[in-house]
Design a protein around this ligand. Structure first.
Ligand SMILES: C[S@@+](CC[C@H](N)C(=O)[O-])C[C@H]1O[C@@H](n2cnc3c(N)ncnc32)[C@H](O)[C@@H]1O
Length: 231
């Protein structure tokens, strides 16, 4: 992938990145911040917690660390809810300091301004080494592709790869099975993508698939649950 990357402003005022080689943005153009809150916090973490109260720590696996927005919002979520989270992210093409230091996420919502220092901490954390970043948030990011990554057991998967039209290899059944294998019974897989083929593939590998309302500007998104032992 060519690494020519530009900062753009999405419709909710928050930044995203535009990958010139792929002609693809890192988030929805209708709002990066809103998308992350809606798809990953609300229909990912909040929903998992509603089904599994008091089952801590929550193990999150993210495909594509990118700008660090999902990871940072999860850290804020963990601190605000006082729920320990173990967060594992992978990213083969880390964003440079020149780019991430200009992103406007920490100014976007003043109510969480006091967590701003952690945004940089996540970017500055060493690659391929895990450790605590804040009281409730333990973090590991590996510089590796999904194809080559070693996955840990997870409770919530944030599948945030570039769109299937741009990186079809990441959405194939083989890699979905690899991710599904690492999911604990009862785990949730969430993605902004609502493609029919994805839903059929997730179903065919044994997940219970739901189509949910998408974030502003997008009709639908997808969530899939791995059956629990008792089901
Ligand atoms: C849609 S963006 C992710 C946005 C990110 N979650 C965020 O909050 O900014 C997709 C990410 O997947 C990464 N990526 C590209 N190829 C990959 C691969 N083979 N395996 C895992 N991640 C990959 C890209 O570099 C990019 O950062």
């Amino acid at each position: 992938m060519s690494d020519s990357i530009k900062i753009i402003t999405t419709e909710d005022g928050s930044h995203s990145l535009y990958h010139e080689g792929l002609k693809e943005t890192y988030h929805s153009f209708h709002g990066a911040y809103r998308e992350s809150i809606h798809v990953f916090m609300l229909y990912g973490l909040d929903s998992w917690l509603a089904r599994n109260p008091r089952r801590y720590p929550i193990r999150v696996f993210e495909v594509g660390f990118g700008t660090g927005l999902n990871a940072w919002l999860t850290l804020v979520w963990a601190e605000q809810n006082q729920i320990p989270v173990l967060y594992h992210s992978i990213e083969p093409f880390p964003v440079s300091k020149e780019i991430y230091s200009q992103l406007n996420y920490i100014e976007h919502d003043h109510s969480i301004w006091h967590y701003h220092k952690y945004f940089q901490a996540l970017h500055e954390a060493p690659w391929n080494e895990g450790g605590p970043v804040s009281e409730y948030f333990n973090f590991k990011k590996d510089q590796v592709t999904l194809e080559d990554a070693q996955l840990y057991p997870s409770d919530v998967v944030f599948f945030d790869a570039f769109a299937p039209s741009k990186q079809p290899e990441l959405w194939g059944k083989e890699l979905l099975e690899k991710v599904e294998d690492s999911m604990n019974p009862g785990a949730a897989f969430v993605t902004y993508c609502a493609m029919g083929q994805l839903k059929r593939d997730l179903k065919s590998i044994g997940l219970e698939v739901e189509s949910l309302p998408g974030p502003p500007g997008k009709k639908e998104m997808t969530r899939a649950w791995k059956p629990s032992w008792s089901e």
